[in-house]
Design a protein around this ligand. Sequence first.
Ligand SMILES: Nc1ncnc2c1ncn2[C@@H]1O[C@H](COP(=O)(O)OP(=O)(O)OP(=O)(O)O)[C@@H](O)[C@H]1O
Length: 267
Amino acid sequence: MDRTTSDILWQLEQVDFSYKDQPVLAEIDLTLSSGKCYGILGPNGSGKTTLLDLLCGLAAADKGEIRYRETLLKQWQARELAQRIALVPQDFQVRFGFSVREVVEMGRHPHLGRFSSLTEQGHALVDAVMAEMGVDGFATRSVTRLSGGEKQRVAVARALVQDPEVLLLDEATSNLDIYHSLSILALIHRRVVGQGLTVVAAIHDLNLAAYFCDELIFLKNGRIICQGPTDEVLRPHVIEEVYGVEAQVREDAFSACNQVSYRLPAA
Ligand SMILES: Nc1ncnc2c1ncn2[C@@H]1O[C@H](COP(=O)(O)OP(=O)(O)OP(=O)(O)O)[C@@H](O)[C@H]1O
């Protein structure tokens, strides 16, 4: 189906990015549409986090253009972007001993005036999201005293409370047990289908990506190797090229999606 212009959120054209003199991303051409879940995959250091940083304006391209809703990203006000785009970072750190509830409430900041506090509606949203994420049971605990997985659930809750049109997830389920990974991804996916949320998720687990993502973008050494609908691009030869492992992809009736198995190539 042809996408209308209004469905398109990001357009990246020939984007390059370097840290000082170290090139990290090169010649990135990408169009991302609303109401879909995209997975960004690739080996360690291939540029996934950097690409997410570029999408939300935390980093600026050295070359090329990034447009969000047809306007150059650099022309957007930071606050306007924060009202639309929420990032769950790979390494969620809160320096001070804020309580879990206080941290989740921070997600409302982009929507509040300078000296205004949370409305009744805002409090209700915080309550609902904390219950959905299963973090309501430790609302008054300091975030510094949570396990890695509990902290990740708080980070996702804070992002959802932001009520964004886009959720950027940077390995946001890497510390979660299987039940919490699947249930949180399913909950997010319901928002993609039901409310038109757009998700861009850097993800290492190919099977979770197969389960969760409509489209995949494979990066290697800062370049896009392959992109397209998950069922079309999650193929053994792509996995072998990107990761250097041998792979098999098969339909799995039990999980109702494709599943990947892999092994090191014979020596
Ligand atoms: N702040 C920084 N300063 C300098 N180099 C950086 C910085 N952050 C990342 N890099 C380098 O940029 C490259 C891409 O890093 P990035 O974090 O985007 O990769 P990634 O694909 O997300 O990796 P991983 O799967 O390990 O999380 C790496 O070589 C990394 O060492």
